[in-house]
Design a protein around this ligand. Structure first.
Ligand code: SF4
Length: 244
């Protein structure tokens, strides 16, 4: 059956509310609530990068991916135009993903260190990855309105996963803010004011710990702001917290 389509912020809120995880994944893929992002994701998919000219881009929103009963949730910003927006899986086929999945493999949370396409055999152990905003934005910068329009998707996902979560790893300050907002929306008491984001920062919230991690973007990895040992340390700590 075809999933219903959200054309507005109200439509997103209505379709996300009370949806199962499977329904969230199906419905978000059909979402068209942000005109600028719909236009951009489809334009990128049509025009393509020269090196991917013979590929069919996904060109749609990217659902969460990984375990359906995770102990660890990794929250990123948004799909990359020629990464997730091309391959259809979050962090797959871009440089940030190269770093992330290699690290997940090193700490025992992935069965292989690479992530290139949907059928590449990659599996995560007890871990799920989501983007706070599900469509690729120009310059990787969603507007505040787009962030808020998309929020019900991650809010619903977090509320469904919350009972089993032991660690939420936030990649960058955008993911940090989105995670705290979703956890609060799910009814978890969260500190006010919100703790400041930083790499390695840990905020215990009962059975769950929120961990800050610099985003593995080239901006951080090329400059040495984020190193492999730094990324491994946070993801390894998450594995420890989730007893994985
Ligand atoms: S960013 Fe989110 S709310 Fe906006 S169109 Fe994409 S999936 Fe829908």
């Amino acid at each position: 059956m075809t999933a219903p389509v959200a054309h507005s912020a109200g439509g997103v809120a209505r379709l996300a509310a009370r949806a199962s995880l499977e329904e969230v994944d199906a419905r978000v893929c059909e979402c068209r609530a942000c005109p600028r992002l719909v236009s951009w994701r489809e334009q990128v998919a049509r025009e393509k990068r020269a090196s991917y000219a013979d590929e069919t881009y996904w060109g749609r929103p990217i659902p969460g991916w990984g375990s359906t009963e995770p102990g660890i949730l990794i929250v990123g910003l948004a799909p990359a135009a020629h990464g997730g927006n091309r391959t259809g899986r979050v962090f797959t086929g871009d440089r940030s993903g190269d770093w992330l999945f290699a690290s997940l493999y090193r700490v025992g949370l992935a069965n292989q260190p690479t992530s290139t396409h949907l059928d590449d055999g990659l599996e995560l152990r007890g871990t799920r990855i989501v983007a706070a905003v599900r469509c690729a934005p120009p310059q990787n910068k969603p507007t505040t309105e787009e962030r808020d329009t998309c929020a019900p998707w991650i809010d619903r996902e977090v509320s469904l996963l919350l009972p089993g979560l032991r660690a939420v790893v936030c990649l960058g300050s955008f993911g940090w803010v989105a995670a705290f907002r979703s956890l609060a929306a799910a009814g978890l008491p969260t500190p006010r004011p919100r703790p400041r984001f930083g790499h390695g920062v840990e905020v215990p919230l009962g059975d769950l710990t929120v961990l800050g991690c610099f985003h593995p973007s080239q901006q951080n990895t090329f400059t040495g702001r984020l190193t492999q040992p730094m990324l491994d340390a946070v993801l390894g700590r998450a594995a420890e917290l989730a007893s994985l």
